[in-house]
Design a protein around this ligand. Structure first.
Ligand code: ADP
Ligand code: MG
Length: 228
């Protein structure tokens, strides 16, 4: 298995610029979307059959913008203590519709009693991106599993898939800005995840084999007052 371990990547200036542009562009987009939705509601005769397509492209633009905003602001804001296993079970639930759509079996197996103290929303974003990539890489009939276990003072989240995997070259490029092999990919998801995990003082380790699958491990410090 090829492995890649991530270290700090500082892209602050670029990040701030991206954030301000993304923020400014989001507002007019929201207004346009609102009017188009009104048009669609009024269009009982079906004079504008392309409206759903226009709206779905707007959704895509919005998704790209939120990727940018997340990429630009990996700073942790609201810190909370919570149960990591319960949190991950929720993430599995959340991505269940996507896995069903792709005919991929998504399962979770979490060790109980693992607490963590961090920004829940940021962790959610980080984990969702990694899980989405796993599901997207996996062909119909394949499997994606999410597990949580204690590893000393750390919590180990493992997301493994039976997907297409990555070559050494691809693995070397993952997490770099705009690297995507997908037709509609932004190449921002992994960057966002890695910078959030980095900001949490955590570590991400990839192992992958073309045609076999990929395994991403995320190590995060457990909350000290709860054992470990
Ligand atoms: P996007 O998903 O928009 O393409 P990402 O930054 O999330 O951007 O991922 C970058 C690229 O890394 C993907 O296009 C894909 O080629 C590769 N990749 C990420 N996760 C996996 C995975 N679990 N299995 C195979 N390839 C992956
Ligand atoms: Mg992605």
């Amino acid at each position: 298995m090829q492995e890649k371990i991530f270290r700090a990547e500082k892209l602050n200036t670029l990040g701030e610029m991206a954030a301000s542009i993304a923020h400014e562009v989001r507002n007019p987009l929201t207004v346009v979307k609102g009017f188009l939705q009104l048009m669609q509601a009024d269009d009982r005769q079906g004079k504008f059959p392309y409206l759903p397509l226009v709206l779905s492209e707007l959704d895509r633009a919005e998704a790209i913008i939120s990727d940018y905003l997340n990429f630009a602001k990996p700073k942790l804001e609201k810190m909370e203590v919570f149960d990591l296993g319960e949190f991950l079970d929720d993430m599995v639930q959340l991505l269940n519709p996507l896995s069903i759509k792709k005919s991929v079996a998504l399962t979770g197996k979490m060790e109980t009693g693992i607490q963590i103290r961090t920004d829940r929303n940021k962790l959610r974003q980080a984990v969702i991106n990694l899980m989405k990539n796993a599901i997207e890489a996996t062909p119909p009939g394949g499997r994606v599993s999410v597990t949580l276990s204690a590893a000393g003072t750390e919590a180990e989240i493992k997301i493994s898939d039976t997907g297409k995997g990555m070559t050494t070259e691809q693995l070397a490029r993952i997490g770099s800005l705009y690297y995507s092999t997908k037709e509609e990919g932004t190449g921002l998801g992994t960057m966002v995840s890695l910078s959030i995990i980095e900001a949490m003082g955590g570590k991400t380790v990839y192992a992958s084999q073309p045609g076999v699958g990929t395994e991403v491990k995320v190590f995060l410090k457990r909350n000290e007052s709860h054992g470990g």
